[in-house]
Design a protein around this ligand. Structure first.
Ligand SMILES: C[S@@+](CC[C@H](N)C(=O)[O-])C[C@H]1O[C@@H](n2cnc3c(N)ncnc32)[C@H](O)[C@@H]1O
Length: 449
């Protein structure tokens, strides 16, 4: 694919993401799987699409200093300017003059000579004069907001919860790359064998410190590995692997996964149970239930029974005290996975957090009676917001005195997490800046005897 066509494809993707409010990672995966993009171009496509989205507010701040903000502009022209500027400022793969030349060509074909001239003018201006110095923004919250492209309300909220230094580190981590991680299917392959094969296939890999099944991919796109195609591994963030590690489900146990799709944690738990016992997996959305069944099938796991249902209604079909283990991997704002899904930071608001925290508590309250006495329940989210995490657990414990945060949970954590900044009496908060993981919260509750 010529670079001009590649950049046109990138522009198309960015336009679709903005117009349809689509998830970037799904569209990128779809584009790559469509076979339209050469393997050698995948890296650049992914980098420019993610990078442009990640840095959108910063790029707009720069662009607005070169343009009359009242000038009406078609949305695709701004997106073209953003992606060109992103490449000029944050990538050193292509010289500026080539980036500007291609942007002008695209503008000419999509629009007309006038637009091409405008695009040329703005980008040449940046090339000549550089961009404004954000260090001059005095208010620290506004500065972090512009420099790391996070909405101001979010920076202010995190600052109130964690302080300015942690917030700055978190926002900076969110605009930088994270390594991919995978989990082996231990009933089919050992971690050592998988790592050997991956090295032979040209990947750079290291073992995860958080799960004996985890491998971190430092270089290479795992979607192309035969291990993935053969169902020997599954893609999962290291933080998510902690859920099954901490659930401590044994073969032959009865397990409930109340919010299960697409089945990342349910399949991990089934592997830990050596595919013996039973896992009842539910998700509110019917069409997502297939994802659980397909994932289980591809990994050769048969103990997962996946069905559509509302976690808040499971007491209608399951008797009280019928499960040894329960997982509530709750629907959440996703503010911990901004690195992989940058649109989240622009689309979510404080009302969403409020609404979600009520749903999370409701799910916990309704599912909890299904746990046997002395049983364990893991509550987790992929967000860093205290209201969805610590606050939910605190409220739950206050109104359910037969449950307590299990002290053994803290003893079982990997050593470096035991001493980590995110530990509190309610559980463990992982931040994206600390261990190359997603932002993730988990805790383990025990039902007293
Ligand atoms: C964080 S995701 C779960 C991820 C999954 N545990 C995994 O590891 O692959 C939360 C899931 O909860 C589902 N959900 C939302 N509200 C629900 C409800 N009231 N009952 C059951 N599932 C719900 C969503 O459809 C979503 O798939």
């Amino acid at each position: 694919m010529k670079t001009y066509q590649l950049r046109n494809a990138i522009l198309d993707l960015l336009i679709r993401i903005e117009k349809d409010q689509s998830f970037s990672h799904l569209l990128i995966d779809h584009e790559i799987k469509s076979g339209q993009i050469k393997q050698k171009d995948e890296g650049l496509l992914t980098e420019v699409v993610y990078g442009t989205l990640q840095r959108e507010m910063t790029l707009d701040y720069y662009l607005d200093s070169f343009m009359d903000s009242k000038k009406k502009m078609e949305p695709w022209v701004r997106i073209l300017l953003r992606m060109s500027l992103y490449q000029m400022l944050f990538l050193d793969k292509v010289p500026d003059h080539a980036i500007i030349h291609e942007a002008v060509e695209i503008a000419k074909h999509r629009g007309h000579r006038g637009i091409a001239g405008f695009v040329n003018g703005v980008l040449r201006n940046v090339q000549r004069n550089g961009v404004p110095d954000t260090a001059l923004i005095e208010d620290p919250v506004s500065r972090i907001s512009i420099e790391t492209s996070h909405p101001k309300w979010l920076v202010a909220r995190w600052t109130a919860q964690y302080g300015i230094e942690t917030t700055k580190a978190m926002c900076e981590a969110n605009v930088n790359k994270k390594s991919q991680s995978i989990r082996i299917q231990p009933l089919k392959i050992s971690r050592e064998e998988a790592m050997e094969i991956l090295k032979e296939q040209g990947y750079s890999v290291i073992p995860s410190r958080f799960s004996s099944q985890g491998i971190i991919i430092e270089k290479g796109n795992i979607l192309h590995s035969s291990l993935f195609k053969d169902g020997l591994i599954t893609i999962q963030d290291q933080s998510s692997m902690l859920v099954a590690e901490m659930l401590d489900a044994k073969p032959s146990m009865e397990v409930l996964d109340a919010c299960s799709a697409p089945g990342g944690k349910a399949t991990h738990i089934a592997e830990k149970m050596e595919n013996q016992g039973s896992i009842k997996a539910y998700d509110l959305h019917k069409k997502k239930v297939n994802l659980i069944a397909n994932k289980a099938k591809s990994l050769g796991l048969t103990i997962i029974d996946a069905n559509a249902n509302d976690a808040r209604k499971l007491h209608e079909i399951h008797a009280a005290e019928s499960f040894d283990r329960i997982v509530v991997d709750a629907p959440c704002s996703g503010l911990g996975v901004i690195r992989g899904k940058p649109e989240i930071k622009y689309n979510k608001n404080e009302n969403d957090i409020e609404r979600l925290s009520e749903i999370q508590l409701d799910i916990l309250e309704r599912v909890a009676p299904l746990l046997k006495k002395d049983g364990l329940l893991v509550y987790s989210t992929c967000t860093v917001d205290k209201q969805e995490n610590e606050q939910v657990v605190k409220s739950f414990i206050e109104s359910n005195p037969d449950f307590e945060v299990d002290s053994v949970f803290f003893e079982k954590l990997p050593d470096e997490l035991k001493a980590s900044q995110g530990k509190s009496e309610f559980g463990l908060q992982l931040f994206p800046q600390n261990f190359d993981t997603d932002g993730f919260f988990l805790t383990r509750l025990k039902r007293k005897k």
